[in-house]
Design a protein around this ligand. Structure first.
Ligand code: SF4
Length: 380
């Protein structure tokens, strides 16, 4: 297919495709699906080999958020029966992080619900980073605390954070449809603040919220424009008790096309399959590894993923390898860019509305009942 040849050539040259080309990927049919995966796989292997980077989530503070993001089980007024707890103590968080690292994770993502941190919250997280680094000085730490205000990114950087995550989630034009308590520009501002302070910027999207193909392409181009280093691609987990409980429009094939589009637009950027992997890709998860170069190991913030051992088996069975500690994730030209911004990462070598086509699989959504904030061991 000419389209795919063009996209591979552009991906190998780090050239951005046109919006029309990105839209055309989303419009391909199921007969072309394996060709799309194979083409995206060529770009993935060129920049990332067969390595799969494992990231591990630690939910530092769960539920009871004052914001109203419709997709979120922790939102204002959520009836989802998720775990709710206030800040984990640094040692509790460090123990959870240690389990993820022991399971093979290279990066730990420290996440807290809320609009954004207070100064005291940032200090708590600084203490948590110190506790994690006491146990393991080399673990990469990404922090995700919501909207940042003056000085907070610098403080987190100084405390030893490598990266900051704040997702754009969806296109600017429809952001008001998913959240009314903050806007797209607020999110862009936080990504820029993190980046300006030398934190590696991690920002992604959520697919399956009723967006159009154009919306998906718009948000991915916005991420490319922000020059982020990693893009988590979430597939909506339609939690019972949230406004999006009935949004089951995704199919495994659609998820692969979305990942491929992201790969072509962001050829040399870490593309991570994030929440919703198991429930939407289902048995096609291994094919997605040919496109994305990172996943989350184990559980998500408020829902359970497949067993960490199953993640590792899947990677091995599909012919990929877990990215090792000493290996660089990003290609050299991107590592140089992060270092120039003052970052610490990688220095050591590391159209129309989508018609509902999926079927409701609420049976696959399991609220998290183990790990951080519980007395049960984490899944790693
Ligand atoms: S700000 Fe974060 S935790 Fe709060 S509702 Fe939005 S996504 Fe959920």
């Amino acid at each position: 297919m000419d389209l795919l040849n063009t996209l591979v050539d552009k991906g190998l040259r780090r050239e951005t495709p046109t919006r029309a080309e990105a839209l055309a990927v989303l419009a391909t049919g199921d007969d072309d699906l394996l060709d799309v995966v194979a083409a995206a796989g060529k770009v993935r292997r060129h920049w990332f080999g067969r390595r799969v980077k494992l990231n591990y989530l630690v939910n530092l503070k769960s539920g009871l958020c004052p914001e109203d993001c419709s997709y979120c089980s922790q939102r204002l007024g959520s009836k989802a029966e998720v775990l709710t707890y206030t800040w984990l103590k640094p040692e509790q968080a460090a123990a959870a992080a240690e389990a993820g690292v022991a399971g093979g994770a290279k990066r730990v993502c420290l996440v807290a619900s809320g609009r954004g941190p207070t100064g005291r919250d940032v200090e708590r997280v600084a203490d948590t980073i110190a506790a994690i680094k006491d146990r393991d000085a080399d673990v990469e730490i990404c922090v995700c605390l919501g909207l940042l205000s003056d000085g907070q990114a610098a403080r987190l950087r100084e405390a030893g954070a490598h990266a900051y995550n704040h997702n754009l989630n969806t296109a600017e034009a429809v952001y008001g449809d998913i959240c009314t308590t903050h806007g797209f520009a607020d999110r862009v501002d936080t990504v820029q603040r993190a980046r300006a302070e030398g934190l590696s910027a991690c920002s992604g999207l959520i697919a399956g919220m009723g967006e159009t193909d154009q919306d998906l392409v718009d948000v991915v181009f916005a991420l490319r424009e922000l020059d982020v280093d990693s893009v988590p691609v979430n597939f909506l987990i339609p939690f019972q008790g949230t406004p999006m409980a009935d949004e089951w429009a995704l199919t495994p094939q659609r998820c692969l096309r979305i990942l491929a589009m992201v790969r072509f637009v962001c050829p040399d950027i870490e593309v991570r399959i994030a929440g919703g992997r198991e429930i939407h890709l289902r048995t096609l998860q291994p094919l997605a590894l040919h496109i994305a170069n990172a996943i989350f190991l184990g559980d998500y913030l408020t829902s359970e993923g497949q067993a960490g051992k199953a993640d590792l088996d899947m990677i091995a069975d599909a012919g990929f390898e877990v990215e090792e500690r000493g290996a660089a994730t990003l290609p050299e030209h991107r590592r140089d860019a992060v270092a120039a911004a003052g970052g610490a990462l990688e220095r050591d070598g590391d159209g129309g509305r989508q018609e509902a086509a999926g079927s409701a699989r609420a049976d696959l959504v399991a609220v998290r009942r183990r790990g951080a904030g519980t007395d049960l061991p984490p899944n790693a």
